[in-house]
Design a protein around this ligand. Structure first.
Ligand code: ASP
Length: 332
């Protein structure tokens, strides 16, 4: 029997058309599907047009909407394909990985660098490959399918603004490749008989990227506004000694703010204990470290876990508890 797939449209370049004001999403899920008629041989598809947005405008409210659409339709379908803009797709994929944990059914996100109506476009291949993945028996949980790569939802990062090969899997292998429409799977994602759904996110999560010479005021401002702050420092990680940042961060963490140290370098993750600029933070049990986790996943995980944790100890425990292989380095 053919699989039943729910195709959820949210906008993005894939669904965009030329307008006077620039590319704008305008095509619905039905219209996208009409460009890949051979998908009908593979599965039965129902369309749900949820949003019509450039993903620049997609945020936590929409992540909850997508998760809810999956939850409400979970029993009726064997898998889900979500078309989405590429700019924030990695954040959405991470968020859905926490909002729908251990899903035995695949939830595949895809998009494109060029609109589906253009002659030279990656849209049709990405869309076809996504349905192929959503119909693959051993595919579970959230993944991005793009340019022949199948990337775990917690591991994706947009690495190119224009090339078709726009996404990479960070600090983790692709779980599968799609070659000439065939899925070659290397890793079977973890799953349970039933998924665990969540319906709440804390949006007061901030991110600061350090630049050389930055003062502590920016950190102070963000710590004052956020419940959780991620600090992207340099290399394996650390903070300048000279400007009171160590004291500021430790005091905020002791006062109950969640502070996560990470790196602005894309690959190989942080290791705060290596340098004297980072060691005091590594030894401060109130300060968390992202290690090999992507920034996208750290943001989404904090938003997901804060409403569930009653104490800093619980925040720590949940942050370091792996979800869909989002973190491989676990501190003692
Ligand atoms: N700005 C577009 C979006 O994220 C880019 C894309 O889809 O490729 O919606």
């Amino acid at each position: 029997m053919k699989k039943r797939i729910l195709f959820i449209g949210t906008g993005g370049t894939i669904a965009s058309e030329l307008s006077q004001g620039g590319l704008l999403p305008g095509l619905g899920a039905d219209a996208l599907l009409s460009y890949v008629p051979d998908v009908a041989e593979l599965c039965e598809v129902e369309c749900l047009q949820l949003y019509e947005l450039d993903s620049t405008d997609i945020g936590p409210r929409h992540w909850l909407g997508m998760a809810r659409a999956v939850e409400d339709n979970y029993g009726r379908f064997d898998g889900f394909v979500i078309s989405h803009g590429t700019d924030t797709m990695a954040y959405t994929a991470a968020a859905l990985s926490y909002l729908v944990r251990f899903s035995p059914k695949p939830i595949v996100l895809t998009g494109a660098q060029k609109p589906i109506g253009f002659d030279a476009t990656d849209s049709r291949t990405n869309l076809r490959d996504s349905f192929e993945c959503a119909c693959t028996r051993d595919m579970h949980g959230v993944a991005i399918v793009f340019n022949g790569r199948v990337i775990l939802g917690t591991r994706a990062c947009k690495t190119h603004t224009k090339s078709f090969d726009a996404f990479a899997s960070i600090n983790y292998p692709n779980i599968a490749d799609v070659r000439d429409g065939r899925v070659i799977q290397y890793i079977v994602p973890e799953f349970l008989p039933n998924p665990l759904f969540s319906r709440e996110l804390e949006t007061r999560v901030g991110l600061v990227k350090l630049i050389p010479g930055a003062g502590a005021e920016q950190l102070e401002f963000m710590l004052g506004r956020c419940r959780a702050l991620i600090i992207e420092s340099f290399g394996v990680g650390g903070l300048p000694h000279s400007r009171g940042m160590h004291e500021l961060v430790s005091a905020a963490a002791r006062a109950g703010k969640t502070v996560v140290m990470t790196t602005q370098v894309q690959n190989e993750g942080s290791d705060l204990a290596v340098y004297a600029t980072g060691r005091p933070l590594a030894e401060d049990s109130a300060v968390l470290e992202a290690y090999d986790m992507t920034t996208e996943s750290a943001v989404a995980k904090l938003m997901w876990l804060l409403p569930r944790a009653c104490s800093p100890e619980e925040v720590r425990e949940l942050f370091y508890a792996p979800v869909s292989h989002d973190i491989l380095t676990i501190p003692q």
